[in-house]
Ligand binder design. Structure first.
Ligand code: ZN
Length: 85
């Protein structure tokens, strides 16, 4: 993010971090831990390198299309806000 501004708030200061990333496509999900990104110090918007996203997409394809063995799984509750009390 050299010489770049946050697209959301215009801040120019970022921190390098590793975060959990939730990838979603066609109602299928994949959670990836320890993903490197740069986070805007002001608004928290996260920016990922194109190669990082490419790697994640490849893994998604490996798991869902090529039936790669899954390392860990979580059960995620799905609720509708309209039905919440
Ligand atoms: Zn920002």
């Amino acid at each position: 993010m050299n010489n770049k501004k946050c697209h959301f708030c215009g801040n120019i200061h970022f921190s390098e971090k590793t975060v959990q990333y939730v990838y979603q496509r066609n109602k299928r999900f994949m959670i990836i831990d320890s993903v490197p990104c740069e986070e805007c110090n002001y608004c928290g918007e996260r920016y990922y390198d194109g190669l990082v996203i490419e790697k994640i997409e490849n893994e998604f394809i490996n798991i869902y299309d090529n039936h790669k063995k899954i390392k860990n799984q979580v059960l995620v509750p799905v609720e509708s806000y309209l039905e919440l009390a």
